[in-house]
Design a protein around this ligand. Sequence first.
Ligand code: HEM
Length: 326
Amino acid sequence: MTWLRTLLGCTAATACLLTAASAEEVDPASIVAAQLAAGGNQPGVRASGAKGICLTGTFSPASGATALSKAPHFQKTVPVTARFSMGGSNAKISDKTKPVTRGFAMRMNDPSGDMVFVVISAPVFGTRTPGQLLEALRVRAPGPDGKPDADKIKAFTTQYPETTRQAAWLNARPVPASYAGVDYWAVHAYTLTNAKGEATVAKLKFVSAEKAGLSDDELKAKPDSFYADELKERLAKGPARFDLVAILAEPGDPTADPTATWPEESRKTETLGTLAITGIEPDATCDARTFDPVAELPEGVAGPADDPMFAIRSPAYAVSVSRRTN
Ligand code: HEM
């Protein structure tokens, strides 16, 4: 059960930390089942990002990127397959929903191997550990009356206040006017390594070239699904661009807690390149496999070894893709 010890944040020398759910329950398949249940167990959908749109584009590195990472994707322009999505497993969710992250999954292709990032429109995730995620999903599951139990949710968020940060962050900002009009964060702390073997710890952020939010009145006037049409119109006029920015860590910045922010404004940054989304792809291009942000990383880019939420993403995404394609 080495994977379980890793997920629980324990090492050979330390006792396992107790998480919200008991150790036996922290199983990627249980989390995927709970994610699907939260969206009403719709057939053939992703456990998260169920409603979305498949895309094509390119990634062009900036001149400073090779000083930080030796990944081949930072040496030359590479083709990209990507997907914008709404968080959660409800494929019928309204694009107008506020405290839900917009998602952006991307695979930067290179013959030597791909580089995948799966990022969200908030700097933090909703839970700190897999056990907490499982319990958060379970306390929000609809009861016999079709509604979650408000008292259970209150007890959970009182016990784990860090699980309220993502919704608070989203609620404090307008609903994005476009999938391309908002910034996206990779949330976890990555380690970039250059050809000399020098390592830099950084958070990665995709900064939109055309940020746009909707006022409450503008939001009211929109239909439930407007992102796909908006994107088609936008891309007919030219690419939607995002700069990939590395936010460089300073000593003491937490690297194993995806509910914790770093003070971005006071951190040094380095632009690693520009992602240009150029067109829409048929759904089948994105649906046949998953974007695995853990397993599909090149040398020169590594996820955190000590963040249990990062580690569990790979087996969870594998369970989800296997359930929805079989
Ligand atoms: C910082 C943390 C996370 C971020 C930024 C994130 C983001 C996303 C996004 C954007 C998608 C949609 C991908 C697509 O369009 O194909 C997605 C899918 C998914 N996420 Fe996450 N996620 C995070 C953590 C987790 C964790 C901890 C789990 C479970 C333990 C999880 C489970 C899933 C699953 C099962 C899918 C569906 C995969 C598929 O069917 O292809 N995610 N995630």
